[in-house]
Design a protein around this ligand. Sequence first.
Ligand code: ZN
Length: 686
Amino acid sequence: MKSLWSDAEADSFIARYGATGIGRDLALRVYTARLLGGDPRLVLHGGGNSSVKTRMTDIFGDEIDVLCVKGSGWDMGDIEPAGLPAVRLDPLRRLRQLDRLSDEDMVNVQRANLLDSAAPNPSVETLLHAFIPHKFVDHTHAIAVLALCDQPNGEELCAEIYDGRIGLVPYVMPGFALAKKAAEILETRPDVEGLILMKHGLFTFGADAREAYERMVEMTTLAEDRLKRGRRNVFAAAALPPALASVAEVAPILRGLTALEHDSASGMTKAQIPRFRSSPEILNYVNGADLARYSQVGVVTPDHTIRTKNWPLILPAPRADALDAWRNGATHAVEHFKSRYHDYFRRHNIRANPPKNELDPVPRVVLVPGLGLFGLGASAKEADIAADIAENTIATITDAEAIGRYHCVAEADMFDVEYWSLEQAKLGKAAEPSLARKIVMVTGAGSGIGAATAMAFARAGADVALLDRDGEAAEKIARDTGRKALALACDVTDGAQLRAAFDRVCETFGGVDIVVSNAGAAWQGEIGTVDDSILRRSFELNFFAHQNVAQNAVRVMKAQGLGGCLLFNVSKQAVNPGRNFGPYGVPKAATLALMKQYALDHGGDGIRANAVNADRVRTGLMTDAMIAERAQARGITEEAYMAGNLLRREVLTSDVADAFVFVACAHKTTAAILTVDGGNIEAAVR
Ligand code: ZN
């Protein structure tokens, strides 16, 4: 790899942060931390850490020595000075005199010596940074270095490549003991440019930011060069079925099988979102005949355990047109994974003091020969992290096996890190929002009620797919959600487009839990004379599209086996017809009956069906011109017209959106109509 250092860039960081009172050292620390964090071959998602020893002024105006070290929750790729909290250096260094230090005391001393009491917790590897005398210190989990030190003869390989330039630290769990061990080794070898922590990662250091950074680049390059020599071809491929099922078919089944909890009696589910990845490298790995050996050795660096668990789940290759057989095989594999996890926990919890609480036993990474891999998590974002780490793991193990044999820390060491309170703290323990882990599809999501509904579901923690005839409008709303939302251009009256859209949603999020069938349009005409073609066009959109959406949704929901929720946007016209609105109201009335039929026929599948009946909302259906015309006809203001209901309050798209979210959360409610019209007694259903 190449150094990306640029004097001009470095100067611009110094100038930019200098203007806000940040010193040169910290500005340069931010600059090279970002260079390291921006390269996934070095650092992934909050992994790695960097520090600088500098001087700052305390409240008394005294200059003191501080360590600015990466804070918990920050990512090196986009770190800011606030992500490198300053800790008084002398008390940290004095800790080395102690024989032992509990994790709680370590965290407490670090927090108690922060210059800013509101700063995030300093990294779990803070003491290692403090005990190293050099000014700038960088730590990464570089793939190439891991591929070498994750070998049975890793120490030998590293000694040969780095020839006295690097100190080798045998594996010790991160924390106080590792910091002391590293410092001892460094004292016997004060001239080295870095340290390799066996089966964990790499530290480099220097007198300035550039030196520490470029040493990291050079050490990683030396490892990369070594990996190019004496490679053998890996991996010999296993036989695959001649034709494979698609990701869209497989993902919903997988999602159902890997749910943390599913209680069909209460309707409560805690599923995961699967995110799919495939590439020639991934396929080479998952298609290997020896996959069950090399993929089950363990994590490439222990810190990954909390994101991926120690081992991925291997599923059978899915033969096309044999999904039932695949489901059986996959069910068996998931059960086996869970019992293996329980056994692993029991085996190691015996020596844990105090005893630990077992975490969920379901996988975070799934390998499917023929297709690729899935990362799993509570949201698309979390699942992407697991998938990124899985891709990195594949690169590391492939390299390791190409020159030798992959080998990692012992199972007991993985357990200690997985159940280390400081690692678990990285994941946060905040309560999940009400619709976390849910996948929601909204049709007609590019504007009006649909857009407001997609936004409301995203705010409630769901991952959302937005369908609209106008793909760009859907794209804009998707960006506004601030989540990994999917926007699709789709005419819901076109069966092929609709099926393709559901397939895309399954490929992207692994399935769907809640479908808001919202797209609609108003046609007018006196029913006794209206042209047949107008009525039929309205039926296509205002009835048959709802039926096609619901039918696709039921297909996916049944594959998942997690129940589901169908929500239809019906109009007041469905219960209280307006004069000359027959072409709109009649199919809407049919859609109301459709909702009840779904509730009846699919209640046994745990699928609920409900409708929201809104009236007089400013949307594409009720344009400003229509509002002006009607207000004028009644001789009242537009505001008075819009608030012409029992409560005298105008109904907003956000009110309708909130009603959809509310019904989605009502786990014991099906075949219901929720009215959102400010009060219209003629349209009251019960
Ligand atoms: Zn580390």
